[in-house]
Design a protein around this ligand. Sequence first.
Ligand code: ATP
Length: 229
Amino acid sequence: SNRVICGDVTFNDVSFEYPGTDRPILQNLSFRADAGETIAILGATGSGKSTLFQLIPRLYDATAGSVLIDGYDIRSYRQESLRKQIGFVPQEALLFTGTVKDNIAWGKEDASMEEIIKAAKAAQIHETIVKLPRKYEAVLGQKGVNLSGGQKQRLSIARALVRNPKILMLDDSTSALDLKTEAILLKALKEYKCTTFIITQKISTAIEADSILLLEDGRLLAEGNHESL
Ligand code: ATP
């Protein structure tokens, strides 16, 4: 269906193996995120963090168990409608040769300048943009402006925000930011009121989250907030 989502996410005993393999990557994961909450996901490399992420916009479906959004199985949503409401920021920012403005509005070409600026401000990249020679019209790429890793990350967060997502997924997308900028950014995200999943290596980020999921070898080792863990 094309239901407008609110952003509650529930994993019910979810297990997963990649198609064509029989190695379990996620095993019996259960947790719940209420709409608007921030959930930090921690775990060693290879523990399954990115795989867990992929189950939410349905890049893959759980092999066993179910993922629910607002109490409905995600398989009952039209994939296109679901993905429109989820902002997914990959580990590596995928920017193209084109203006800053078009890079932010990619996938939402009808975004107004006001929405673009609002997203750039929340992503803490507006100040950088307005210092560029042609500001939002500056062209990125080899013959244009080259941004730093952290600036690219913030631009791709702005791209996700401009769609007003109900669920925002940050796959280590703040790794190149200094702690202060990251803290300001996470605070600014609250204005968007989306459920935010953030894969992070940083304890400082996890501490700010409403809840922390700690993965080990595809299992949920612990769940709670920083006080209870
Ligand atoms: P990192 O912190 O390094 O990004 P991660 O915790 O996000 O790691 P995943 O990327 O989810 O871990 O990988 C979990 C396991 O799944 C790894 O053993 C990986 O080799 C395996 N894996 C990932 N993608 C695929 C795939 N497309 N097909 C088969 N196995 C995969």
